[in-house]
Design a protein around this ligand. Structure first.
Ligand SMILES: [Zn+2]
Ligand SMILES: [Zn+2]
Length: 344
């Protein structure tokens, strides 16, 4: 039995970037042609797509427009339905994951030194190229991942950005073995990162808005859960800010031990207020950011998630309600990650 690929598909597109709660809806559900895989790419029938905060930044215009009328979505689980010329890594029917990092040049100094996440020529799914809020999507085969069998397609979706980027943030935060880690914001990424850290014997303290998120953090094994602007109950070795809120930075730095590290995990953050040198930076505190991830971070994270039985908490939304899912995300107090069910 052969599967017939239709000529057109339903897809969401960012028609006019603007507030998700504004008068004019920034996102529209439209009919457009099914994309054709280029050399080295595969065409994927989308099963699920996670809803990430970056989709909100693309939709609301916090990130500059890279492709007009782009389809957001970069936590895509789907089934390979067509191979482009010379694509040979996957077979028809394979279930694969498509992440944020869509392509890197392979020849710049960063690509050649194992830091392809810093490649100035890199392209991103759902920003430079149409993403997974659609029935079909293409991907260069070298940038897709195999999904471990134990994860169903709804559970697997948030692993692909929330999980992978959270893991890179965790590496950047440089937590010592058996040390302590603060997580500011507790949405899709933080709740997966918390599990990775707790499984390794790290003491996790969560600082977030929303009572549901606090309760959820404690249930997952966090040692404490306080407000986003509170100081942690103990000085921390390391911290990660997942919330895109620069106002939290001075508090988070003040909550670190001497020599501690604060990693800012977001692609976008509001301005950081003026810092007091003594409180925020002196005592050799480290302040760093996180840009995307390398493919090897992604492969390593997915192996770890498989072995540690990481369980992302997800809330399913029908494809037709993607705008509602983004609105829900923008209002905070979320438990885990929202996932659009598309082709299941
Ligand atoms: Zn490069
Ligand atoms: Zn993302």
């Amino acid at each position: 039995m052969s599967f017939t690929i239709p000529e057109t598909m339903r897809a969401w597109q960012v028609t006019t970037p603007g507030p998700i709660d504004g008068d004019k809806a920034p996102l529209e559900l439209v009919e457009k042609p099914v994309p054709v895989p280029n050399v080295g790419e595969v065409l994927v029938r989308v099963l699920t797509c996670g809803v990430c905060h970056t989709d909100l930044h693309v939709t609301e215009g916090d990130l500059p427009v890279h492709k007009s009328h782009v389809t957001p979505g970069h936590e895509i689980v789907g089934e390979v339905v067509k191979l482009g010329e010379s694509a040979n890594r996957f077979k028809i029917g394979d279930r694969i994951g498509i992440p944020w990092l869509r392509w890197t040049c392979g020849v710049c100094e960063y690509c050649r030194s194992g830091q392809e996440n810093l490649c100035p020529n890199s392209l991103y799914t759902g920003w430079d190229h149409d993403g997974g809020y659609a029935e079909y999507v293409t991907v260069p085969e070298g940038f897709a991942y195999r999904i471990p069998d134990q994860f169903d397609s709804q559970t697997a979706a948030p692993l692909l950005c929330a999980g992978i980027i959270g893991y890179r943030a965790f590496l950047r935060a440089n937590v010592p073995a058996g040390g302590s880690l603060g997580l500011y914001g507790f949405g899709g990424s933080a709740h997966i990162t918390a599990q990775i850290a707790i499984d390794q014997g790290i003491e996790v303290h969560v600082l977030t808005r929303g009572d549901d998120a606090k309760r959820f953090a404690l249930k997952l094994g966090a040692k404490s859960a306080g407000g986003a602007y509170d100081l942690p109950p103990v000085k921390l070795d390391s911290a990660i800010i997942f919330a895109p809120v620069g106002d939290i930075v001075p508090k988070a730095l003040a909550g670190l031990k001497p020599g501690g590290t604060l990693a800012l995990a977001g692609i976008h953050m509001t301005d950081i207020p003026q810092l007091n040198y003594q409180a925020a930076i002196f005592h050799e505190k480290n302040l760093t950011s996180v840009e995307s991830n390398t493919r090897s971070n992604g492969e390593e994270f997915l192996r770890l998630a498989d072995r540690l039985d990481i369980t992302p908490e997800t809330t399913a939304y029908p494809f037709e309600r993607a705008d509602e899912a983004l609105r829900y995300l923008s209002h905070g107090d979320i438990k885990g990650a929202c996932v659009l069910r598309i082709g299941e």
